[in-house]
Structure formats: C-alpha cells, structure tokens
Design a protein around this ligand. Structure first.
Ligand code: NAD
Length: 366
C-alpha cells in the first residue's frame, strides 16, 4: 500500500495509524492542511474490506474538509479519521476510549466530530480521555433553540440560504412563494430544509426510501409525494438532493428539468467533469461543500462559545460565498464546482503563505 505516492495523498501534513489489539481498535487519522487552524472533521466507523480502502477514504475526506472549512472562512484546517470495523458489531466503549486516548496524543492538531458509524454518545465516550472532540455540547443553538450538538439544523438552514442565493442568481427572484422544489432524502437535513422552504411559501415534492420520512413531510408540510424514479426529473425550479452522493452523473444530468441544483448531500458530482456538464445544460449547480457548510460552522463555534447571533451571521454568509462563486463562474465561463475549489484554495493558501496556524487561533478552538 503506497502512502506518499498514493493518488489521493495530495501533500497531507500528517497521517497516524492507531492499533490497540486489546480493544480491536484499528484507525487512521489524516490531517490534510492546518494552515487556517486545527483540523476538524468527522470520525467515521465502517467495515472497510481492505486497509487501502480505508486509507483512500480518509485521505479523500480529509482533503475535502480543508476545502469546506476554508471556503466557509473558518479558522480550521481539514482532517478526518476512520475506524476500521462494523459499528453494529465491533464498536465498544473500550474501543472508543482507546480512540480518545490516541486523539489526545495528537495534542489538538485534529478534532473529531460524529460521522457515519459514530454518534454524539460515542464522541462523548472518546471525550473521557481527550478534549479534542466536537459536536457534543448542549447549548443554545444558532436559531435560539436548545441544541445537543447535532449540526443538522445549521446545515439545513445554510442549505436554505444557499438555495435562495442560487434562485436569486439564476431565476432573478427573492420571493420564494410558489417556487417549485423537489427534495430527495427527507432525513435530518432534508426535513428541516423542507420546513424552511414551506415557511417561505415554496411548493414541495419529496421522496425518501423510508415511506414514513416522506409521509411526515406530506402530513406536516403539505408536500407532494414523488417516486424514486421521478424525484430528480420533475418539472420544478430547484432540485435539492439531500440523501446521498454521485446523483449528478451521465445518466441523470441530461434528464434534469430544474434550472438549479442546490442540496446538502456530499459529493453530489459523480465525476469532476459533471460540473461542466451541468453548466453546458444551463443548470446552476451550488457546489455541495459550499452550501452544506452550516454544520461545520456550528461545530466550530461550539468550541469558541460564540453567541447564537454570531453563528447565524456566519451561516448566512454561505449565501455571499455562493454568490461570489456564481458571479466568478459567469465572468470566467468556468463551472461553479471548479470556481469553488479555486476560491477555497485561495483561502487556505493565503494562510499557508503567512506561515502555519498561529498559536492564538489554535488555543481558541483547540
Ligand atoms: P440522514 O441519514 O438523516 O438523512 C438521509 C435521508 O435520505 C434518510 O431519510 C434516508 O432514508 C434517505 N435516503 C437514503 N437513500 C435514499 C435514496 N436513494 N433516495 C431517497 N432518499 C434516500 O442524513 P442527513 O444528516 O440528513 O444528511 C443528508 C446528506 O447531507 C448526507 O449526504 C450528508 O452527508 C450530508 N450532510 C449532512 C450534514 C449534517 O449536518 N447532517 C452536513 C453536511 C452534509
């Protein structure tokens, strides 16, 4: 297994391989870039079949966090960790505690948050041995409501703000009343996004593989149920994929009827060139890592103790970032995903040029 010459290596600053035979812990922590601050990213537990699979995943995800946090103008770098194992069978308190001890050994260069296969209670168990875990504090959230650390409400709100910016740019309207939106995936983020849209007067179509999730939006928000086959291809203004990645691909792009794609799911483009394919069809794509940054913004401020108003203002700025991306895309003729990458690189490379994260910022969030 190659490391430095791995195709996804991309000059990662640091990789740690943790092994604790007593508890069965096998984990990798990847820190891509800390020029803006300590690396914050989820800790994923998944039954990878090979070490190579785990390494590829952690490298790809960690780099993605550098771009997401830089684009959101957060004093955070990018990192991620993976625990190799089946979370339903192999997760134990002892294993999570061992992970916490290892994280403590990294001295705050990497801060773990929940991800698929781990939960807030799991992070709290790790937190018995380290302060370098996030997304676990009970506090008043950005919306003035009690929060248990779950970033989904902020992600949903940020996606709503980003969707509005996309609609303003592409369709030239600020008023969402009567806007037709199709949402794929009515989970933690999708349902809340649907509620924001409903409150703004939009008409909704929804689909979820779990009928009860879809029914809740039908009953509580007056949404219309759609099918798995139709949800992305309805004659609506906006499609909001909030379930899984790679839904924008060779098969789906030619069939889209919406003029805007703005959803929270990660890695929406199956391949990088699907960015151009959307532009060629005249569809405005709100890059996923720009529009879904509300959660990381919320987790960042959990560690600084900021007021709800500060957090909300920062999430609101997702709209400005997207507008900048759309404007640059129009001016340069290049697709929005490429512009978002470029803007993120500008934002973390500027800090690299000034030298690595200053200790004050590390102390503030670490
Ligand atoms: P979730 O698991 O609560 O919701 C996902 C929903 O999608 C579930 O209701 C599930 O049944 C449904 N679903 C799964 N496959 C589907 C399919 N093929 N068609 C339709 N529906 C399907 O997850 P979430 O927290 O709401 O996150 C949604 C997406 O947003 C994920 O891609 C996640 O990575 C991304 N995201 C979430 C956050 C956050 O703060 N929760 C932050 C950034 C990105």
């Amino acid at each position: 297994m190659n490391v430095f010459s791995h195709p996804e290596f991309d000059n990662h600053e640091h990789l740690s391989f943790f092994c604790d035979p007593e508890t069965g812990l096998k984990a990798i922590v990847a820190i891509h870039n800390t020029s803006r601050g300590p690396a914050l990213g989820g800790c994923r537990m998944f039954p990878y079949t090979t070490d190579e699979q785990a390494l590829r995943d952690v490298l790809r995800l960690s780099k993605g966090m550098t771009y997401k946090s830089a684009l959101a103008n957060l004093d955070l770098g990018g990192g991620k960790s993976v625990i190799i194992g089946d979370p339903r069978k192999e997760k134990s308190e002892a294993l999570l505690e061992a992970m916490g001890k290892h994280l403590e050994g990294l001295g705050g260069q990497y801060i773990a948050a929940e991800d698929s296969g781990t939960s807030v209670p799991d992070l709290k168990v790790m937190g018995r041995h380290t302060q370098h875990v996030a997304g676990i504090a009970e506090r008043i959230g950005f919306d003035g409501q009690p929060s248990n650390g779950d970033p989904s409400p902020a992600t949903a709100y940020g996606t709503f703000i980003g969707l509005k910016a996309a609609v303003r740019h592409k369709l030239g309207r600020d008023d969402l009343s009567g806007l037709k939106v199709a949402i794929q995936g009515i989970g933690n983020v999708g349902f809340r996004l649907a509620r924001h849209l409903k409150e703004a007067g939009a008409q909704l179509w929804v689909y979820d593989i779990f009928a009860e999730n879809m029914q809740r939006a039908v009953d509580e928000l007056g949404a219309k149920p759609a099918s798995a086959e139709d949800i992305l291809y309805l004659p609506v203004d906006v499609v909001a994929p909030c379930a899984m990645g790679a839904v924008l691909n060779d098969d789906s792009i030619p069939q889209l009827k919406a003029k805007v794609v703005a959803g929270a799911a990660n890695n929406l483009l199956e391949r990088a060139d699907h960015d151009q394919a959307l532009k060629d069809r005249g569809i405005l794509y709100a890059p996923d890592f720009a529009i879904n940054a509300g959660g990381i913004i919320d987790v960042f401020y959990e560690r600084t103790g900021a007021t709800p108003e500060t957090v909300r203002a920062h999430v609101d700025a997702i709209g400005d970032t997207l507008t900048e991306i759309f404007t640059r895309s129009d001016r340069s003729g290049r697709p929005t995903g490429a512009i978002a990458n470029e803007l993120a690189e500008e934002r973390f490379r500027k800090h690299e040029a000034r030298g690595n994260a200053n200790p004050e910022r590390l102390a503030r969030v670490g």
